[in-house]
Design a protein around this ligand. Structure first.
Ligand SMILES: [Zn+2]
Length: 143
């Protein structure tokens, strides 16, 4: 059994979520098990999930903005409020979008204002089979 399969079989014990919203935590796990092996390994080995209650639906930060250390980890912050305002598939596309930024190595701080990274993330999300605002070029070209 390869490591990706081990992770999928015990997804709840293998990813880090910093927050109090069990519904969002369940959705994160549901997204992770849907990912192909490489992005799954990336998400579990080098991503920490949290949640934020503000107008941003999600935010992916290189972890070195916190501690100046390794740049190969990303902090993904998600907006709990979207649970009340969006459909499940749409929410999953937003989560997948943030994972895509980490998977593609984007640095929101260094790349701020670069629309091309948003379009790259949307394209990746569509390739992974998600539909919704996280995959919507138009929604992300005006951010
Ligand atoms: Zn984005």
């Amino acid at each position: 059994m390869d490591i990706a399969e081990v992770y999928r079989n015990d997804i709840w014990g293998n990813f880090v979520y910093l927050g109090d919203d069990q519904d969002l935590e369940l959705l994160i796990g549901d997204v992770l098990v849907r990912l192909p092996d490489q992005p799954l390994l990336k998400a579990i080995d080098s991503c920490v999930f949290g949640s934020v209650g503000r107008s941003n639906q999600g935010l992916t930060l290189p972890a070195n903005v916190l501690n100046g250390g390794e740049a190969e980890s990303w902090l993904i912050l998600l907006d709990d409020a979207m649970l009340a305002s969006k459909q499940t598939e749409d929410i999953q596309s937003v989560i997948a979008h943030e994972i895509a930024h980490a998977y593609l190595g984007h640095d929101r701080v260094a790349d701020a204002g670069d629309v091309s990274i948003e379009l790259d993330a949307c394209r990746q999300v569509r390739e992974w089979g998600f539909q919704g605002s996280g995959a919507d070029d138009l929604r992300h070209s005006s951010e």
